[in-house]
Ligand binder design. Structure first.
Ligand code: NDP
Ligand code: OXD
Length: 312
């Protein structure tokens, strides 16, 4: 029940850790009454991550809906999602730093050939490789938004040869920026390591198919940290089997948890993590929601509003 003139009501509905999220939001937004779950009364704002469809039927008067994730593909795919309510996504909230950590791990492991040395050790071989400069290690970053842009900048600052690809033209110091489909082919063709930070949309689903994977130089590696559906799994497995792609670092999968029988689990060239590349810290995320709620209440614009047509 909502009382006119009373404090605003906010509901949080998440697939896990719902009470911890409620506590964090209550601390950041003490002026609001914070409710949880599908049974909550009608509220002014909702904060969600993988809510059940039934949730929206009980919230007919939302002023805005906040996603606790950066990616909104799951929410946009829900038929029950109210179309007229602004959908606001998470922007960074500590995830860019975690993506940089992950990207640096993969980059350094490849660049310093640690996997090759481990293999040589297992075979009892003393096999030093010659010096290589960071500027001679070309890395491609797909998606130059909040996360991909931060990673591209960090790798370029570290001295690597970085190119990036986005939908619209960009300028990032130290990064060769490409856009459009011709730009994608150029960057794939020169990248020994490709890092994926694109949102899942109608335009990006299946983007890395057999044909595009074949454009990478022989022996290149791929790291997909955004959404599994961007990559054609069968095409990638073929490329890994043939050695054209020497390693895949996969944090995300078209089906999660990845089914037990999937070949990725046991493929010697696949390194998996269970969708943990960047986790959302409760306190920082709730601070961002609280700040945006206050701006909306004051009639001010907020950043991170999802464009429903472009899908991110
Ligand atoms: P942003 O919206 O800030 O950035 C998206 C980038 O992708 C932009 O540069 C955009 O181009 C580009 N892009 C979108 N569509 C296309 C296209 N068709 N062709 C070329 N470029 C395109 O998103 P974030 O950086 O915040 O997040 C990226 C994704 O990371 C999320 O959508 C989510 O799926 C994933 N993610 C994964 C996590 C994990 O733990 N594995 C954690 C958090 C996020 P432009 O700049 O021109 O708009
Ligand atoms: C996100 C995610 O989109 O965690 O934030 O995948």
């Amino acid at each position: 029940m909502h009382f006119l003139g009373a404090a605003m009501d906010v509901v949080i509905c998440t697939a896990k850790e719902q009470d911890a999220w409620r506590d964090a939001l209550s601390a950041c937004l003490p002026e609001a009454r914070v409710h949880v779950g599908v049974e909550a009364p009608q509220c002014d704002y909702a904060v969600v991550w993988k809510p059940p469809s039934a949730f929206f039927a009980g919230q007919p008067r939302l002023k805005a809906l906040f996603s606790l994730g950066a990616g909104v593909d799951g929410l946009l795919a829900m038929p029950a999602l109210p179309r007229e309510v602004p959908l606001v996504r998470m922007e960074d909230v500590g995830m860019a730093a975690q993506m940089i950590e992950y990207a640096l791990y993969v980059t350094l492991r490849r660049f310093r050939r640690f996997a090759e040395y481990a293999e040589a050790q297992a075979e009892g071989r003393w096999a030093p490789r010659s010096y290589r400069d960071r500027h001679d290690f070309p890395i491609g970053v797909l998606g130059l938004g909040v996360l991909g842009g931060a990673v591209a900048r960090a790798l370029a600052d570290f001295g690597f040869d970085v190119s990036g690809w986005s939908r619209t033209a960009k300028t990032i110091e130290g990064v060769q920026c490409e856009h459009g489909s011709a730009g994608l082919d150029v960057m794939l063709g020169r990248s020994e390591l490709v890092l994926v930070f694109l949102p899942l949309t109608g335009d990006t689903e299946g983007l890395l198919d057999r044909e595009r994977l074949a454009k990478l130089p022989e022996g290149a590696a791929l790291a997909n940290l955004s959404r599994g559906e961007l990559v054609d799994d069968e095409g990638l497995l073929e490329a890994l089997d043939s050695g054209w792609i020497s390693e895949a670092y996969l944090d995300v999968f078209a089906r999660e948890p990845l089914p037990a029988e999937h070949r990725y689990w046991t493929h010697p060239r696949v390194h998996m993590t269970p969708h943990v590349a960047a986790l959302t810290p409760h306190d920082v995320a709730c601070e961002q929601v609280a700040e945006k709620v206050r701006r909306l209440e004051a009639g001010l614009p907020v950043s991170g509003v999802v464009d429903r047509v472009r899908g991110y």
